[in-house]
Design a protein around this ligand. Sequence first.
Ligand SMILES: N[C@@H](CCC(=O)N[C@@H](CS)C(=O)NCC(=O)O)C(=O)O
Length: 219
Amino acid sequence: MATPVKVHGPPMSTAVSRVLACLLEKNVDFQLISVNMAKGEHKKPEFLKIQPFGQVPAFEDGGVSLFESRAICRYICEKYADKGNKGLYGTNPLAKASIEQWLEAEGQSFSPPSSVLVFQLAFAPRMKIKQDQVVIKQNEEKLSRVLDIYDKRLGETRFLAGDEFTLADLSHLPNTQYLVGVSGRGELFTSRKNVGRWWNEISSRDSWKKVVDMQKKSA
Ligand SMILES: N[C@@H](CCC(=O)N[C@@H](CS)C(=O)NCC(=O)O)C(=O)O
């Protein structure tokens, strides 16, 4: 039997949960290795050998170690092309280009304002950090403009990169889960007809439901 790949980090982390969702979609065995961030384990020399920026996740597959959740997901899809959901990263150049286009939109346009909101609305209260209402308002406005573009696109296709669920959709799950589920900002998504329909569909996948369960168990 193949040795399971290793994911270092807590499932509560958005970046870790992106990798977990990808592994579950691809039906790749993995071992989740706990990193106690409250104790600063992610800044220790041992951890910095596999994640030099001192962030989670770090990923290991045999002798290979990788960081950056989106790069890790691309690797998993390529390395385990024949396992699980085979269309997750596209099967021809045009499908791949469309997935890449929407992965870039996620990383460059969706992630910056949504990550600020996840921190301000979901994590700051838990960490007893004061929320900054000006920052919240600015980033809600930025995210709204992005979601207007998504709503138009999702009126034309079932998923972002076309009519199949792909890595591009998956990559949006972690931040959206916090905004819809925890922060009470669900309306940003559900008030938009096509975005709301898309969110219901992508968040109902078995792979994502398992990740949410893992998050609840580790909370
Ligand atoms: N772009 C990175 C972001 C990683 C990241 O920001 N991880 C957060 C948790 S979601 C972290 O480790 N924060 C602790 C720190 O930066 O010290 C990725 O996608 O892997």
